[in-house]
Design a protein around this ligand. Structure first.
Ligand code: NAI
Ligand code: MG
Length: 332
């Protein structure tokens, strides 16, 4: 095959949206070979680890990976590591790229076309927490190296786009040491990109501006936790979690996944919206250099979202299967 793609269903609706996305990828007619691998909470409960080494090896051996969703329990479970967070750190997938583009669905703002770039390996997500009696402490790690490379990634991305703007999101006014290092490192890096208009926005103000005037944004870069929160917000601007794709991108490997989680409230019912995973597959094709086919998938998604059938989360009645069938007819 021309490309090998690793598929990881993960947990919950991952078992529904990955097979749907696979059918769509097969319908493209590209010469693809699929390799299946396991990860997630369900796998942990059975085997005592959330990401087996065999999965890491398959991700490394294939050209790109498509991931469904993973459950993370909100209580501490001995020995458990969040599957996707572990893979991001282990495979050094330092850039979490989350585009938000207007879609023809109820509640989507118009003229939104932004990309949030989230630092994916450090910040508060180093998962270093401890408790002293009634006090709990979490570490937030910011390094110059990780800030510089995420800044460089976001600047290069902005440079390739029409507006060429970069908003550096931070809270350096309250956390001048950690957030200040992130902000200043990226602003220094930005001096090498005079064609990109780089500016800083304090995170809380950014949340307000994103809701009031999302069309004014182009590329945004943020530390891990802020990027996680703001990217659910930007997903909400253009149709919600059922639609929002993402890529976890490193120098060597890349794992594409929906922004949403395992949706235990609807898992197993055949009603999950596969759009987020299909658009993640389009990002995967872009990553492989198959830009025409990536656009074709995106256009098919927007055509079906416009004409229906739509899934329940977007006010329709279609199940995963019916929606996927419509997408495939559109591609063919
Ligand atoms: P969630 O994203 O799984 O679900 C939030 C709401 O959106 C639910 O009502 C769900 O039914 C709906 N929803 C999500 N995706 C949908 C889709 N494709 N089609 C239709 N409706 C959809 O977030 P929640 O419920 O807070 O978390 C569930 C589990 O997922 C948790 O264990 C959490 O840790 C995990 N999670 C994992 C993520 C990941 O894999 N990257 C991201 C977010 C949460
Ligand atoms: Mg999130």
């Amino acid at each position: 095959a021309k490309y090998t793609i690793c598929l990881i269903e993960g947990d919950g609706i991952g078992h529904e949206v990955i097979p749907a996305a696979r059918r769509v990828l097969e319908a493209t007619g590209l010469d693809l070979e699929f390799v299946e691998a396991h990860a997630g909470y369900e796998y942990f409960l059975e085997h005592g680890e959330s990401v087996p080494e065999a999965t890491i090896e398959k991700v490394m051996a294939t050209d790109a990976t498509l991931f469904g969703a993973a459950t993370s329990p909100s209580k501490k479970v001995e020995g458990f590591k969040g599957a996707i967070r572990y893979m991001r750190r282990r495979l050094d997938l330092f850039a979490n790229v989350r585009p938000a583009k207007s879609h023809p669905v109820p509640g989507s703002y118009e003229n939104v076309d932004l990309i949030l770039v989230r630092e994916n390996t450090e910040g508060l997500y180093v998962e270093q927490e401890r408790r002293y009696g009634d006090t709990a402490i979490a570490d937030a790690v910011i390094t110059k190296r990780a800030s510089q490379r995420i800044g460089e990634y976001a600047l290069k991305l902005a440079q390739r786009r029409e507006k060429k703007k970069l908003a550096v999101i931070h809270k350096a006014n309250v956390l001048p040491v950690t957030q200040g290092l992130f902000l200043n490192t990226i602003m220094d890096e930005a001096k090498n990109y005079p064609d990109v208009q780089s500016y800083d926005v304090i995170v809380d103000a950014a949340a307000m501006h994103l809701v009031r005037n999302p069309a004014s944004f182009d590329v945004l870069v943020a530390t891990n936790l802020f990027g996680d929160i703001l990217s659910d917000l930007t997903a909400g601007l253009v149709g919600g979690l059922g639609i929002a794709p993402s890529g976890n991108i490193g120098l060597e490997h890349a794992v594409f996944e929906s922004v949403h989680g395992s949706a235990p409230d609807i898992a197993g019912q055949g009603v999950a919206n596969p759009t987020a995973t299909v658009l993640s597959a389009a990002m995967l094709l872009d990553h492989l250099g198959e830009h025409d086919m990536a656009r074709k998938l995106e256009n098919a998604v927007d055509q079906v979202l416009l004409e229906g059938p739509r899934t329940r989360d977007l006010g329709g009645t279609a199940g995963t299967q019916e929606f996927t069938d419509a997408l495939i007819r559109c591609i063919k």
